[in-house]
Design a protein around this ligand. Structure first.
Ligand code: HEM
Length: 252
């Protein structure tokens, strides 16, 4: 286990030793620096989620409205491709930093225990508990994302019948029907619901924690910030869940 943790935190330690890479790598080699970057990437991903939910809520406005939106997005061409590369880099960085900080924290804790000879367990509540939930829910979101990209972006889920969305050349031409087909497949709907509950839990803690890391923290406002984080998290999760329920009960 120790060896694995050391291997996971190796890239940051190695980069920190490269001369000339400047203070950025130095900051990144500390857990505090990594946490700041993790907070910034996490909040940027929240921005993406707001935009993504906003776009997908157009499903409620009907076939024409959603297809116009999807086609307008696709017509951005290279601009969309660049945004997608940035988005995936953001996801990769956020996940990489989560693994690295967890590994560094655990190594530091083990050293600490060795010095203090404490009998305390490896997981300390409440913070240790919360971060374990963050890892588990993060992993579930990752599994959901892999399914989601296969379903929606690649339109390659063998369990989904895309035929209602295809034109005569058997190319998916109607995004509205493609999304409806994906969300109304029972196994998929279940995977989406589990992924979205995980997203709600992850963001409930993550948003507040990110703001705290960035110093947005005041005794007078803490309760409001905490409630705001929870409301935001479940607003996003329930917004997406409503689309699954809509597709499952769609009769058009
Ligand atoms: C019911 C819920 C959701 C629906 C209906 C939905 C719908 C879609 C659609 C239609 C696409 C394909 C866009 C395209 O063709 O370019 C897409 C892509 C994507 N979705 Fe979702 N989405 C949902 C939830 C989520 C959630 C919760 C996340 C993140 C945790 C997410 C992350 C992504 C990403 C990263 C892409 C790829 C973006 C791109 O390459 O353009 N989606 N989604």
């Amino acid at each position: 286990m120790n060896a694995l943790l050391r291997i996971l935190s190796l890239p940051v330690h190695l980069l920190a030793k490269v001369p000339g890479l400047g203070p950025f790598v130095k900051v990144l080699s500390t857990t505090v620096g990594q946490k700041i970057l993790m907070a910034l990437t996490g909040l940027s991903l929240c921005g993406f989620l707001v935009a993504h939910l906003g776009g997908n809520l157009k499903l409620y406005a009907g076939e024409q409205s959603f297809n116009d939106y999807a086609h307008a997005l696709h017509s951005l061409g290279p601009l969309l491709a660049a945004a997608e590369v940035g988005l995936f880099a953001m996801f990769a960085l956020h996940i990489g930093l989560a693994i690295s900080t967890a590994a560094m924290n655990r190594i530091a804790r083990q050293k600490d225990y060795a010095v203090k000879e404490t009998k305390q367990g490896v997981f300390i509540l409440p913070n240790g508990g919360a971060s374990n939930w963050m890892m588990l829910t993060g992993l579930l979101i990752l599994v959901f994302l892999a399914t989601h990209i296969m379903d929606m972006k690649l339109k390659a889920n063998p369990g989904v019948d895309y035929s209602a969305a295809m034109n005569t050349e058997k190319i998916v031409a109607n995004e509205y029907h493609a999304v409806k087909a994906v969300l109304s497949t029972p196994l998929n709907a279940a995977i989406y619901m589990v992924g979205l509950v995980a997203l709600g839990i992850h963001l409930s803690h993550g948003v507040r924690s990110a703001l705290q890391t960035l110093g947005i923290n005041h005794k007078r406002w803490n309760l409001l910030l905490k409630l705001g984080g929870i409301l935001f998290a479940w607003g996003i999760a329930i917004g997406f869940m409503s689309l699954v329920v809509w597709a499952m009960s769609y009769k058009g």
